[in-house]
Design a protein. Structure first.
Length: 256
């Protein structure tokens, strides 16, 4: 019963390596106990250790994973491509992971590419990558623009100023725009259903979305508050139509 109440596990500086996962005991505990935060920084896990760990965490409810300075080495790159790709696969597979810390790991170009590519399809909110001098900041800035839930992205300060500012701009837009996007989507759903959806004629749409989904949306969507937010947003920036079109596209993608 006591283990079932364990939510954080701190194993920093415990000299864990790939052999620590050999008998499966640690992974079994991580898969059966509802741990939300796992601290494994400053352990010589190595590439093999991270591969096993990442694969074993896919179906867990882990929300925070800290792997700072875990000593993965491949031709001078501490986080090798296989290790980073395994973590990228974890980002895409996990429904719960919100924080991933990979500071001080010297992630190379291939590993950075894998992580940045996985970012938009993940549910991550914070990605910490300081002291990884070989990263491509532009790649992560582009990924942040397509990943609306990301509100914190820490990159090495040694990157070019333009890349750091582009990343900061994308992340700041996410912080400000997340509630707004939700409001715009509600408005777009309301508009679509109220103005364009004909229950008698559009039977294919009804079949595709499902009767229960449509009924729930009709019951829960509120036009008033969302429209007020949209009006304020559009007036401030003079782009009511483009904002509305974007909301429609977002709503359509949600429907799809």
């Amino acid at each position: 019963m006591a283990c079932q109440q364990l939510t954080e596990l701190d194993l920093r500086h415990c000299f864990l390596d790939q052999d620590s996962f050999a008998d499966g005991t640690l992974l079994t505990m991580l898969q059966t106990v509802p741990i939300s935060s796992l601290y494994l920084s400053n352990n010589p896990l190595g590439d093999a250790g991270v591969l096993v760990l990442a694969n074993g965490l896919r179906d867990t409810r882990l929300r925070e994973l800290y792997l700072n300075n875990v000593g993965l080495v491949e031709e001078g790159e501490f986080i090798s491509a296989p290790g980073a790709k395994a973590l990228a696969d974890l980002l895409q597979a996990s429904k719960h992971l919100r924080v991933l810390a990979l500071n001080e790991n010297g992630i190379g170009s291939q590993g950075a590419k894998a992580l940045a590519s996985a970012l938009p399809s993940s549910r991550l909110e914070q990605l910490l990558l300081s002291a990884n001098a070989r990263l491509d900041g532009k790649r992560f800035a582009d990924a942040a623009e397509r990943h609306l839930t990301l509100t914190s992205l820490m990159l090495p300060t040694t990157l070019p100023y333009e890349q750091l500012m582009a990343t900061r701009k994308a992340v700041e837009a996410n912080r400000r725009g997340k509630p707004l996007v939700a409001a715009l989507q509600r408005l777009a759903f309301s508009k679509l259903f109220a103005e364009r959806l004909n229950w008698a004629a559009d039977s294919e749409i009804i079949d595709a979305l499902g009767q229960d989904v449509l009924s729930t949306l009709f019951e829960t969507v509120s036009v008033g508050p969302a429209e007020r937010v949209m009006t304020k947003f559009a007036r401030a920036r003079g782009q009511r139509e483009s904002a509305y079109d974007r909301a429609l596209r977002l709503a359509a993608s949600e429907c799809g």
